[in-house]
Design a protein around this ligand. Structure first.
Ligand SMILES: Cc1ncc(COP(=O)(O)O)c(C=O)c1O
Length: 340
C-alpha cells in the first residue's frame, strides 16, 4: 500500500505518469503527484515562483482552488478567506471572471490592463469553467486570449482542472475545447475514480526550475505518488477510454439541452449554464437553492449548492449514469423547481 514515492518510485507510479503524459496537452511532460487538489495547487504555486523568481499571483473573483493556506490565498470567494485574511501569505491580484455573455474583446482588454499594471506576477491561476463560483462559463476564446496575454507579459498560465478534468466537460480537459495549452495543469478529484490522488503537470522548461534532488527533496509528501492512488488513477484512465466517457459526456450534455432549456424557462430559475456533464442552475438566492437541495434529496436527487452567494445548484452526474436515470433526475428536478 505504501512506497516512499519521491525516493524509490514504484512501477505503478511510473506507468501512471507515462499514461498521464499521453492525455494532458502535449508540452506538459513532468508531474508532481499529490493527494488532494489543494496540494496540487500549492505545488503549482511553488513551481511558478521558482520558475519566474516572482512572488505574487493573479486569480479571479469567484475562484476556488482549495482551502489549504496557500490555495486559500488564491481564493476569490470572500467567505472562505475573510476569517483567515490576516494570516494568508499573499493577496492575489483578483480579476473579474467574464460570463459567456461578456463581449470577448472587453473581457480581454480588462484582463490585459489589470495584469499589465503589475511586474511581480509569477502566474495566473484560472478554472476553465468556474465551478464553486457558480458553474460560470467564460466567453469562447477567453482562454486562448489569456494564453496570448500571459505570453506577452511573461506570466505563467495555470489551468486548475481539478473539477473540470477527466472528462467532466466532454474532453479529457476543458482547455482542449479551445485547444489552449497552459504552462501548468492541476488535476485531482475524479482522477482516482474516488480514490485520493492529484497531480500538477508542467512543461520541461517550467519544471526544470526545481533542482535535482540530492538526498532530501525540496518538495515532497509522505503519500506523494501513493501506489494505490496511482493504480486507481491508471485504472480510471483506462476505463474512461474503454467506455468512451469523454465523448459520452459531450453527447449526454447535448441530449439534455432541451430539458435544461425547459428548466431555464421556469420563473424560479435565473439561468442554466454549463457543458458536458457539468451544469449549474442559478436560482434567485441561496435560500431557494438550499431548499431545492433539501427537497431534491427527499426525491432521491443528490444536488449540491454552489455559487458565490450559494445561489446555484450544481449538477455533476457520474459519467456512467444511465440515460433513463439522467432523464428521470432532470424531470424530477424540473418538477420540484416548478413547484417552488
Ligand atoms: C477547481 C478546484 N480546485 C481545487 C479544489 C480543491 O481540491 P481539494 O478539495 O481536493 O483540496 C477544488 C475542490 O472543490 C476545486 O473545485
Amino acid at each position: 500500500m505504501h512506497g516512499m514515492g519521491d525516493v524509490h518510485p514504484t512501477e505503478v507510479r511510473v506507468r501512471f505518469l507515462e499514461r498521464l503524459a499521453q492525455i494532458v496537452p502535449s508540452p506538459l511532460s513532468k508531474a508532481f503527484l499529490a493527494t488532494t487538489g489543494s496540494e496540487a495547487i500549492e505545488a503549482a504555486m511553488k513551481t511558478a515562483a521558482l520558475a519566474t523568481g516572482k512572488p505574487s499571483f493573479a486569480s479571479f473573483s469567484g475562484a476556488y482552488h482549495g482551502l489549504s493556506v496557500g490555495a486559500l490565498a488564491l481564493c476569490g470567494i470572500e467567505r472562505f478567506r475573510e476569517p483567515f485574511d490576516g494570516m494568508l501569505p499573499v493577496r492575489p491580484l483578483l480579476l473579474g471572471f467574464p460570463r459567456s455573455s461578456t463581449p470577448l474583446d472587453d473581457a480581454l482588454a480588462a484582463t490585459r490592463a489589470a495584469l499589465g499594471a503589475r511586474r511581480d506576477l509569477a502566474a495566473l491561476f484560472v478554472e476553465p469553467i468556474q465551478a464553486r463560483g457558480g458553474m460560470i462559463v467564460p466567453p469562447f476564446g477567453y482562454l486562448r486570449g489569456l494564453r496570448t496575454i500571459c505570453d506577452e507579459l511573461g506570466i505563467l498560465l495555470v489551468f486548475d482542472e481539478i473539477y473540470t478534468g477527466f472528462g467532466r466537460t466532454g474532453e479529457w480537459f476543458a482547455c482542449l475545447y479551445e485547444g489552449v495549452e497552459p504552462d501548468i495543469l492541476c488535476l485531482g478529484k475524479a482522477a482516482g475514480g474516488g480514490f485520493p490522488i492529484s497531480a500538477m503537470v508542467a512543461s520541461d522548461s517550467v519544471m526544470d526550475a526545481w533542482p535535482i534532488s540530492e538526498g532530501e527533496a525540496l518538495h515532497t509528501s509522505t503519500y506523494l505518488g501513493n501506489p494505490m492512488g496511482c493504480a486507481a488513477a491508471l485504472a480510471t484512465i483506462e476505463e474512461i477510454e474503454r467506455l468512451g466517457l469523454c465523448a459520452r459526456a459531450k453527447r449526454l450534455g447535448e441530449d439534455i439541452a432541451p430539458m435544461l432549456d425547459s428548466i431555464a424557462r421556469l420563473d424560479s430559475v435565473v439561468e442554466v449554464r454549463g457543458r458536458g456533464m457539468m451544469w449549474g442552475i442559478e436560482l434567485h438566492d441561496g435560500v431557494a437553492a438550499a431548499r431545492a437541495v433539501k427537497i431534491g434529496l427527499r426525491s432521491g436527487l443528490i444536488l449540491l449548492q454552489t455559487g458565490v452567494r450559494g445561489e446555484v445548484i450544481s449538477l455533476t452526474p457520474p459519467l456512467v449514469i444511465g440515460e433513463e436515470e439522467l432523464e428521470r433526475a432532470l424531470s424530477l428536478l424540473r418538477d420540484l423547481l416548478a413547484a417552488s
